[in-house]
Design a protein around this ligand. Structure first.
Ligand code: KIV
Length: 271
């Protein structure tokens, strides 16, 4: 987008209208200002300050350890850098599961302190009442079903969810529950493409897939995965659009070499 063109804000309404217009929704994560700015200027629809920052940014094995304070810190930074995209913030593990009161208080804190536009929560039936309470008071909520990483200790691994009939029916029922509780969109993670297509057809709110096939109304990836920054993580659903880890490595090696050989800085780079 040219600097003179004023960016039209993407809102939750825009996202809902995109499904109605059959327009695909593109989403990626960001946790810092530089990435968020480049993403926003590239025309992304949704930026998720995902709790994947626990893995990507903090180097943890799961999303469990990241705290509400840390999510708020990163969300503030991202929001500050974004002019157009809809910024959604993940509610971290145990910031919304206890009861609706706590969910409401913590979601309210995220919106008030970060100026983000929406929150994302994982789960269906167990949190549907909290989703209802949040949406009733004006807090837009994105749902997340299928392989919900905050439940990794229950699942015991990252294998696809909803492959057998009972779980597939549960995911479909949960999607309808989230929709009736007021969620404005639903992330479907690592479920069979056929099931994702069925869910997408069954609800009016957009589904955003990650490892859930082509029929979802939109797609999301972790930015560091698609840029090839996370080298030891390559599930089938991640497409590498760049090999940034290699690019960074080569640049660092060149810099070190030039410093050691006295080739950097040059006269032109000095005062
Ligand atoms: O935390 C995250 O990045 C996510 C996306 C992968 C959907 O929840």
């Amino acid at each position: 987008m040219k600097e003179t063109e004023k960016a039209k804000r993407v809102t939750t309404r825009t996202i809902l209208e995109m499904k109605a217009k059959n327009e695909k929704i593109a989403a990626l994560t960001a946790y810092d200002a530089i990435t968020a700015k480049v993403l926003d200027e590239s025309g992304i629809d949704i930026i998720l300050v995902g709790d994947s920052l626990s893995n990507v940014f903090q180097g943890n094995e799961t999303t469990i350890p990241v705290t509400l304070d840390e999510m708020v810190y990163h969300a503030k930074i991202v929001v500050r850098a974004v002019k157009r995209a809809l910024v959604v913030v993940d509610m971290p593990f145990m910031s919304y599961q206890v009861d609706a009161e706590e969910a409401l208080r913590n979601a309210g804190r995220i919106l008030k302190e970060t100026a983000a536009s929406a929150v994302k929560v994982e789960g269906g039936q167990a949190i549907a009442e909290s989703v209802r309470r949040m949406t009733e008071v004006g807090i837009p909520v994105m749902g997340h079903l299928g392989l919900t990483p905050q439940s990794i200790n229950k699942f015991g691994g990252y294998k696809p969810r909803g492959e057998e009939k009972t779980e597939a029916s549960r995911i479909l029922a949960d999607a309808k529950l989230l929709e009736s509780a007021g969620a404005f969109s639903i992330v479907l993670e690592k479920i069979p493409a056929q099931l994702a297509a069925k869910v997408t057809k069954s609800v009016k709110v957009p589904t955003i897939g990650i490892g859930a096939g082509e029929s979802c109304d939109g797609q999301i990836l972790v930015y560091a995965d698609m840029l090839g920054l996370t080298q030891d993580f390559k599930p089938r659903f991640v497409r590498h659009y760049a090999n940034m880890a290699e690019e960074m490595h080569n640049a660092f090696v060149r810099y070190i070499d030039e410093v050691k050989k006295g080739k950097f800085p040059s006269k032109e780079e000095s005062y």
